[in-house]
Design a protein around this ligand. Structure first.
Ligand code: ADP
Ligand code: TRP
Length: 367
């Protein structure tokens, strides 16, 4: 008996879940002991160091150990109403930068969210059990209501539902994301569990935010804010594609304070941000050197910034080189997107088929 046939027989015997011929993929991964990983980044511009250290670094590490699905969240980016040209350009850019960062499309499944319309169907279905009150309490929604009161659309309100659909369509259990996404993951678990309870099934395993057993990362901004982000103030973020001159300019303009007047003064939040950024791109000796200078009140922020800029340039230079090369390889980008869409749809279709049957749609029976 082949491995798959034996697996199927054993599953039937243990009644792990209602056996179905079509679930071959699920069965295969179940018995491989491989966990499923899903994560995405919105197509809203160039990727920055926050995206890299908060998310992509883990994607690259995880791709060889797990069954990984990484995608470009272009449906999500529609909440800000991009023009078709901007949308197209941004999706292409994130694809390039994912590849430049080291995601191997032959190993992981790398795809564009809108190439998998099954996600939109699951989103619709999950919306029936997502409540206005809980969605309105979501921190990211409340932030948007505050920052863009003229565009509080339903897509923003149901953003966590779409995100849950992205994750559970592949039955993922691990979701490598930055700290800012913790609450969204909590909601994804709520929606997955609620579906299971409602239909008395164990269809969806609960997904968790993941960072290799370490605290989730939050990379600070250069403008004194606690989060580096695309939507932050001008100069807040260092993009992977930034050239050395731009990086030097941004870092030299970073927010600091007037400096310690005497030894032993506490570090102010914007200066702490710079130390944290150094902790990410510089050597331990470099960080120790400047920390010591701070403690002695002999630090010169100009020197610290120069060093930080050079270390950021050294880190981003190889990425930038690959970004430029990929940008010129249209054929390769097309091939990657096509392959990713095929692989992602195979898994998504399987889940949709299963939940259509669970929900009771008649087409699930007629095929
Ligand atoms: P942005 O916040 O710049 O708009 P996204 O929201 O698309 O970027 O974030 C995509 C991924 O990058 C998410 O996993 C998010 O947690 C992570 N991320 C974004 N900014 C940071 C940051 N400053 N520190 C750590 N992770 C971050
Ligand atoms: N909401 C995430 C962000 O803004 C992007 C995202 C969309 C995502 N769907 C996801 C992340 C599914 C992880 C899993 O950063």
């Amino acid at each position: 008996m082949g491995v798959l046939a034996a697996a199927k027989q054993s599953m039937r015997r243990h009644n792990l879940f209602a056996f179905h011929e079509q679930y071959s993929l699920t069965i295969k991964y179940y018995f491989c002991g491989m966990e499923t990983v899903v994560s995405g980044i919105r197509s809203t511009g160039h990727l920055h160091l926050g995206n890299y250290f908060g998310a992509i670094k883990n994607f690259v590490k995880m791709q060889h150990q797990h069954r990984c699905y990484f995608f470009i969240a272009d449906y999500h980016s529609l909440t800000t109403h991009p023009t078709p040209e901007d949308l197209y350009r941004n999706v292409r850019q994130v694809l390039i930068e994912y590849l430049a960062a080291g995601i191997d499309p032959e190993v992981a499944t790398l795809y564009v969210q809108s190439d998998v319309p099954e996600v939109a169907e699951l989103y619709l279905l999950l919306n029936m059990n997502a409540y206005k009150g809980e969605l309105e309490r979501c921190t990211s929604f409340k932030d948007k209501v505050r920052t863009q009161p003229d565009n509080v659309n339903a897509g923003l309100l149901t953003y966590p539902v779409l995100m849950a659909a992205d994750i559970i369509i592949h039955k993922a259990t691990k979701v490598p994301v930055g700290k800012d996404q913790e609450q969204h993951l909590e909601m994804a678990r709520t929606f997955a569990n609620r579906f299971n309870r409602m239909y008395k099934t164990e269809c969806f395993p609960p997904p968790y935010a993941y960072n290799f057993d370490e605290e989730l990362v939050k990379v600070p901004g250069l403008d004194g804010s606690t989060k580096m982000g695309k939507s932050g103030a001008e100069g807040n973020a260092i993009f992977l594609a930034d050239d050395p001159k731009t990086i030097r300019k941004k870092v030299m303009r970073a927010t600091t304070d007037s400096g310690p007047a005497q030894p032993g003064e506490p570090v102010s939040p914007p200066v702490q941000n710079l130390f944290n950024l150094m902790g990410i791109v510089s050597s331990q000796e470099t960080v120790a050197h400047f920390l010591d200078a701070y403690k002695q009140a002999t630090i010169r922020y100009g020197d610290m910034k120069k060093q930080l800029a050079e270390d950021m340039i050294a880190f981003t230079a190889p990425l930038r080189e690959r970004i430029l090369a990929l940008d010129a390889d249209e054929e390769h980008l097309r091939k990657v997107a096509r392959l990713g869409a095929e692989k992602a749809r195979e898994s998504a279709r399987e889940t949709i088929r299963e939940i259509r049957e669970i929900i009771g749609f008649s087409s699930a029976h007629t095929g």
